[in-house]
Design a protein around this ligand. Structure first.
Ligand code: ADP
Ligand code: MG
Length: 398
């Protein structure tokens, strides 16, 4: 899917014009309202700097959390305005009533070299409903549209789909362009051996992808709670482990496919289901005690999975190998992150997608050592599965 990009626009198209930019500032906030992790803000800085340097006037819209169509003060984007101002070093104004004439004045009168951030679009029910009058109210705040919110591009919401339908040019920002370059390489032209690792807990979301990669990947490694579901589907006792019962028939069907290398853990770290992690132990995958839960892949599995990843030419990894937020169960996930970084050092193309997986790689300090970390969880999976996203469809063709 070839879309018009911000990088491809002539600078004179940008100069002096209001660029209405959809960003993904759905950042975690501390109780006192300060931004705890600014990764998503930083990810948009290249696009914002590009716009400012070209003399465009950026007007930013984003959602934050799930306020359910009404104003929820704790989910205000106001703290994000000050955080962005610190990071980009130019004045960032804030507008709370985004459908009012005041918002129109604020965008019209925005000085060159400064930024306007609009309040949480999900304070309005029209955002999720892609309501035409809400989309039109937003569209009048810009002269052109830029999508730099890769993590929201799978949502057919007003700020993602309705607004670009009303503005031209409507282009992909630098972050979105980057994401598409990495993910389309995985879809279309992955060099072999291609090793794919899946884990995490959103089992229903991931099974279709396991299926998608069955014929494309040379080896599929399965860990995390996803592996528990496959172990249960193989007829093993899984004790108190997290297993998704509705997914069992699909998992059984995938295991029965001939000629597929789908690797499940051979050993696991187990502990009490209540999370009291001082009693952890390693067991063989077919020996999970009935009263315990599997929370991480075991040391043999870690070695095997790491070897597979390090000998790959292309790596895609989505979903933590265990309950990594608990240090007692973080080794599997850390081992895979390190293996993905080493693979990249050997010249492999290694990509990590998924919100929690991206956080694990960030916490391990390995973000810059892999080829690409996708900022979008659901969006990256949906793009890999379908090769398109609603918010991309809404942009102009190249
Ligand atoms: P991502 O956001 O990377 O796509 P998911 O949202 O699917 O990943 O899953 C991440 C969550 O899965 C993490 O919170 C992690 O603690 C949990 N998880 C992984 N393995 C297990 C397990 N064996 N048991 C319980 N939770 C697990
Ligand atoms: Mg997640």
């Amino acid at each position: 899917m070839r879309k018009r990009t911000l990088r491809g626009l002539d600078l004179d198209v940008l100069e002096g014009r209001r660029a209405l930019v959809r960003v993904d500032y759905n950042v975690p906030l501390d109780e006192d309202g300060t931004v705890r992790d600014a990764t998503r803000i930083d990810a948009t800085l290249p696009t914002l700097r590009h716009l400012l340097e070209a003399g465009a006037r950026p007007v930013l819209m984003s959602h934050l959390g799930r306020p359910g169509g009404k104003a929820v003060p704790e989910l205000s984007l106001r703290p994000v305005a000050s955080e962005l101002e610190k990071r980009i070093g130019v004045p960032v104004h804030f507008c709370s009533d985004i459908t009012s004439d005041g918002a129109l004045d604020a965008s019209d009168n925005l000085p060159a070299g400064e930024i306007l951030l609009l309040e949480n679009t999900r304070f309005h029910a029209g955002e999720r409903e892609n309501d035409p009058s809400f989309a039109a109210a937003l569209a009048r705040l810009g002269d052109l549209y830029v999508n730099d919110a890769f993590g929201s591009t799978h949502r057919a919401h007003a700020s993602v789909v309705g607004v670009p339908d009303r503005l031209r040019p409507a282009v992909a920002g630098l972050l979105v362009e980057d994401e598409l370059a990495a993910l389309s390489r995985l879809r279309a032209s992955a060099e072999r051996p291609f090793v794919v690792a899946f884990g995490g807990a959103k089992i229903g979301d991931k099974l279709p992808l396991v299926e998608l990669f069955l014929d494309r990947a040379d080896t599929l490694l399965i860990g995390g709670a996803l592996a528990n579901t496959f172990l249960a589907a193989s007829g093993y006792e899984t004790g108190e482990s997290l297993v998704e019962d509705e997914a069992l028939p699909v998992a059984r069907d995938l295991l029965d496919r001939p000629g597929i290398e789908l690797r499940l853990p051979v050993d696991l770290v187990v502990g009490p289901a209540d999370g009291e992690a001082d009693e952890t132990r390693v067991v063989a995958a077919d020996r999970i005690p009935a009263e315990l839960a599997a929370f991480d892949i075991g040391p043999k599995t870690r070695d095997e999975f790491a070897d597979a990843i390090e000998s790959a030419a292309t790596v895609f990894w989505n979903g933590p190998m265990g309950w990594f937020e608990n240090p007692a169960y973080a080794d599997g996930t850390r081992t895979l992150a390190a293996a993905a970084a080493r693979a990249a050092e050997h010249g492999a193309f290694s990509v990590i997608g998924g919100g929690d997986s991206a956080r694990a790689v960030h916490e391990a300090g390995l973000e810059d050592r892999v080829s690409h970390v996708s900022t979008g969880g659901g969006a990256s999976l949906e793009y890999l599965a379908h090769g398109s996203l609603p918010g991309l469809e809404a942009l102009e063709d190249a």
